[in-house]
Design a protein around this ligand. Structure first.
Ligand code: ADP
Ligand code: MG
Ligand code: ZN
Length: 556
């Protein structure tokens, strides 16, 4: 057995490396500058902890969260590794203990928050203790493009230059801009040895649903998974509280969590979630990086996340143990409008804003996908794959239709009314509804008046939502959300390109499930029959039908 493998089992208690770990450990232990991109739960910590034991001297670990550091230090100590952290959360004794271990040359891993690099004494200390490696966890925090930017991460480059030791950076964020920024800021632009480990988390089921009765949708999703640990992400603090209460009233163990809470209360929720089985935490994105619970069985988004990276990180908290886990993301036109205006009204410079719009577009593209979601998600991260069989679209392929004509009609209605209106009025024009507003403005005289009579109002709403999703139109925050056409829409308007839309989401916003059959869950063969029936229903009657699992029954 090689030395790394020996330590893997004797210290960490693992029988084998996970994909990618062995190569990364070899590079880091060999003193090469390394950038490792691995999915959440992929096992990045081991890739610097193990090399730290193979190298002389101290490995300094820069990590963004005190909770993360403490967990890792505790784990290492329990395994008999000399590790310590210097954080603002330390007691005096803890700090003294760390210094004593350093002075005696015992300490192998020293964790510190990036803020600590700002103090002059830190460099002197790190020189004195024979630092032989810098490990940077959550390295995307160095990226101003990313969602977790931490200004003090920018000091790490100086530290590396001053100490002149190898640096290993770890992150789960793989998009190219972030990668490039990490290389610039941490490695002075000299490419490190880079490992990009597969992003697929095949055990996580992916699903999106258009918001119809959002609270009911979340409650149903939770009810079908009663007793399992889960997270519901919400767009606002207020919603975390009301939704947690609704879940409690539904007989779940649930509590809320957001950045506005007292730090002690937040810690209490974190600890309870870690400890208890079957707790649901309804949270804003503040509930995140510090969570290291392996058996989170599901993650639901009550509101659309802000980017595809955020989505990936958030759903990635489920199923770290590799067992099946499920996700559901709700979205609707209001989410798209909100996310767009958050970007537009933010203080970021224009190039940053357009990058943020692009990241949101990538997520919307995933939401409005017409085939396998995982394929699409992985493609965003630069990976090609086959249809997964573990997403809603693989299970129930959506009905598609050529939406080119509908989109062109909608675009021309937008242009003919001077890009001054939102979906409601535009749909009235398209469907020929004689409202007061239509009459007053003389919009019944437009050539586009009533040209969309072939589609009912609800279908037009879905067309507009999908047009937003494909970034063909954007709500203008300066003009009460009136739609403007984007450059991306021009080829369609000119007849140079067509567009395929989904019919299922359109129908979903119209109808309710119609068939309810109760069967015993022991009747496993019935399940496949039910699934086939559901598919047939979706195809022929064009109404949504669900198979819902509960403790004792299967309901379609
Ligand atoms: P990341 O930082 O990439 O999100 P972690 O380092 O937190 O992932 O590891 C996730 C989980 O995987 C942890 O519970 C860890 O103990 C476990 N793990 C890491 N490496 C292995 C391995 N080789 N075999 C089994 N489990 C592992
Ligand atoms: Mg980690
Ligand atoms: Zn799929």
């Amino acid at each position: 057995m090689s030395k790394p493998e020996e330590l893997l089992s004797s210290i960490f208690g693992f029988s084998a490396f996970r994909p990618g770990q062995a190569e990364i450990v070899a590079a880091v232990a060999g003193g090469r500058n390394t950038l490792a991109i691995m999915p959440t739960g992929g096992g990045k910590s081991l890739c610097f902890q193990l090399p730290a034991l193979l190298r002389d001297g101290v490995t300094v670990v820069i990590s963004p969260l005190i909770a993360l550091m403490r967990d890792q230090v505790r784990g290492l100590r329990e395994a008999g590794v000399e590790a310590g952290a210097l954080t603002s959360g330390n007691t005096e004794e803890e700090t003294e203990e760390v210094f004593a271990a350093l002075d005696e040359g015992r300490l192998k891993l020293l964790y510190m928050a990036p803020e600590r690099l700002a103090s002059g004494g830190t460099l002197t200390l790190l020189r004195r203790i024979n630092t032989s490696l810098i490990a940077v966890d959550e390295a995307h925090c160095v990226s101003q493009w990313g969602h977790d930017f931490r200004p003090d991460y920018l000091r790490i480059g100086d530290l590396r230059r001053a100490l002149d030791v190898p640096l290993a950076a770890f992150t789960a964020t793989a998009d190219e801009e972030t990668r490039a920024e990490i290389v610039t800021r941490l490695f002075d632009g000299t490419a490190p040895e880079t490992f990009l480990r597969g992003f697929d988390r095949p055990n996580i089921r992916l699903a999106f649903e258009v918001k119809d009765q959002p609270r009911r949708q979340i409650l149903n999703f939770a009810a079908a998974r009663k007793g399992q640990s889960g997270i519901v992400y919400c767009g606002t603090r207020a919603k975390t509280e009301t939704l947690a209460q609704a879940l409690c009233e539904g007989g779940h163990a649930a509590c809320h969590y957001h950045g506005g809470m007292d730090p002690d209360d937040r810690r209490a929720v974190e600890a309870r979630f870690q400890r208890e089985d079957g707790l649901i935490v309804v949270a804003t994105v503040a509930f995140g990086m510090g969570i290291d619970k392996p058996d989170i069985r599901w993650v639901a988004h009550a509101d659309l996340p802000k980017s595809i990276e955020a989505y990936y990180q958030e759903i990635g908290r489920a199923g770290r143990d590799g067992a099946p886990a499920e996700t559901l993301t709700l979205f609707g036109p209001d989410d798209i409008r909100l996310r767009r205006s958050q970007i537009d009204e933010g203080l970021a410079p224009p190039d940053r804003k357009s990058a943020d719009h692009a990241r949101l577009n990538a997520l919307l593209g995933l939401a409005e996908a017409t085939a396998c979601r995982r394929q699409r998600l992985l493609a965003y991260f630069g990976e090609t794959s086959d249809p997964c069989g573990n997403c809603d679209l693989c299970e129930t392929p959506p009905e598609l239709f050529d939406g080119t004509e509908a989109v062109r009609k909608a675009l021309s209605a937008i242009l003919r009314t001077g890009e001054s209106f939102g979906a409601g009025h535009l749909i009235d024009i398209l469907t020929g509804a004689m409202t007061d507003k239509v009459r007053e403005r003389g919009h019944d005289g437009l050539p586009t008046f009533a040209v969309g009579r072939d589609l009912p109002k609800a279908e037009w709403q879905a067309v507009f939502r999908q047009m937003m999703g494909h970034d063909l139109i954007r709500p203008d925050p300066e003009r009460h959300g009136a739609f403007r056409m984007t450059e991306a829409a021009r080829p369609i308007l000119r007849g140079e390109e067509g567009i395929t839309l989904r019919r299922d989401t359109i129908r979903k916003s119209v109808g309710r499930p119609v068939v309810k059959t109760l069967v015993s869950d022991e009747d496993a063969p019935l399940l496949s029959a039910l699934k086939a029936k559901r598919r047939a229903l979706a195809e022929t009657a064009r109404v949504p039908a669900y198979v819902i699992f509960t403790d004792r029954t299967l309901i379609e």
